[in-house]
Design a protein. Structure first.
Lengths: 178, 163
């Protein structure tokens, strides 16, 4: 009887060991983090997209028609700054640049939306550009694809791009998510 | 007594059989897991190679924008260099650039202001099974576009790595 009990005990131990090993394997799958490469690529893509878009020179002849020097404006340095200075007069009021016959804020929003759609067609994104005034921030540009990338979702961001203007500091950021 | 011993022996044999069946199940499960893990690892390595190739292309001196004193600009491709580097890279792809890019397809596409595309390097692997595609958005600097200042276009770099 004692020997039988021992054999049964040994059998139980084997079963417990096998179950434990199986659960360890399952835990390994469940607790695995996103591959570092995926995060690096998405973050790199967000940063490179922002960097490239903000430097883009707008080639619309209407942008320079009213100005003396024929220097075509860059999206961030000139147009976004103009939008920050004349945000209160958007959409129908005055702005220094009137690319496509539109207020600079409207043009920047449309152009950025077009760029993002063309280069990030395979991702969801959320772009935001705000003027940080002392009293309250003003949203200059906000573009979202498929409800954007809220903080509750897994997302990666470009670094914040800052632009110092006479109207205040402009902060731009791009979020990417799947 | 003899019968009792026989029954006892049969019990032991049955326990051992079940034990070995469980061992076999465990081994089969482990080998299947290893198979999946190896395939995943292979995909990970392919993705890493695609990212490596993209990074190398973005920092290639034949394409990189510089600010005169050899100071490079990040995420920028010089369009003038690109059009000349294209023929050089294609000419020496087997002797030199294969060591850098391996089996890959590297393309630069501009979307603004004009749309065009340049295939820099193309070396597909014969009978390839997997392909990993990586995109990076880049500025395309063209010093001939305007009379004053420097003009930056917008485009993207596509790298397809084969395995």
């Amino acid at each position: 009887m004692s020997k039988r009990a021992q054999v049964e005990m040994a059998g139980l131990v084997v079963v417990v060991i096998l179950l434990t090993l199986g659960m360890l394997f399952l835990a390994q799958f469940a607790l695995r983090d996103d591959a570092a490469k995926k995060i690096f690529t998405r973050k790199g893509l967000a940063y490179s997209t922002m960097s490239a878009m903000m430097k883009t020179t707008i080639s619309d002849p209407e942008c320079v028609a009213q100005l003396r020097a024929e220097i075509y404006p860059q999206l961030e340095k000139d147009l976004l700054e103009d939008c920050a200075l004349y945000a209160d007069t958007s959409p129908g009021g005055y702005s220094l640049y009137t690319c496509g016959g539109k207020h600079s804020c409207i043009y920047v929003r449309q152009q950025l939306a077009q760029f993002l759609d063309q280069v990030l067609w395979h991702k969801n994104y959320e772009f935001s550009s705000r003027l940080l005034r002392s009293d309250h921030p003003v949203e200059l540009v906000s573009i979202k694809k498929n409800a954007g990338c809220p903080a509750t979702r897994e997302r990666d961001a470009s670094d914040a791009f800052f632009l110092n203007t006479e109207a205040g500091l402009v902060e731009s950021i791009l979020y990417l998510c799947e | 007594m003899n019968r009792h011993a026989q029954v006892h022996l049969m019990e032991t044999v049955a326990v051992l059989i079940i034990f070995f069946i469980l061992i076999v199940f465990g081994l089969v499960f482990y080998f299947r897991y290893q198979q999946v893990a190896l395939k995943e690892k292979s995909n990970e390595l392919l993705a890493a190679r695609a990212v490596d190739t993209t990074t190398r292309t973005m920092f290639l001196p034949e394409l990189l924008c510089t600010k005169g004193a050899a100071e490079p600009e990040d995420n920028c491709v010089d369009v003038l260099k690109l059009h000349y580097a294209n023929s050089t890279i294609l000419k020496y792809s087997a002797e030199y650039y294969f060591d850098l890019f391996s089996y890959a397809n590297v393309t630069v596409t501009q979307i603004y202001p004009e749309q065009w595309s340049v295939q820099l390097y193309y070396q597909p692997k014969p009978a390839w099974k997997n392909k990993e595609v990586t995109f990076f958005v880049v500025s395309l600097r063209d010093d001939t576009r305007v009379t004053q200042g420097t003009a930056y276009g917008l485009g993207y770099l596509t790298v397809e790595a084969y395995s």
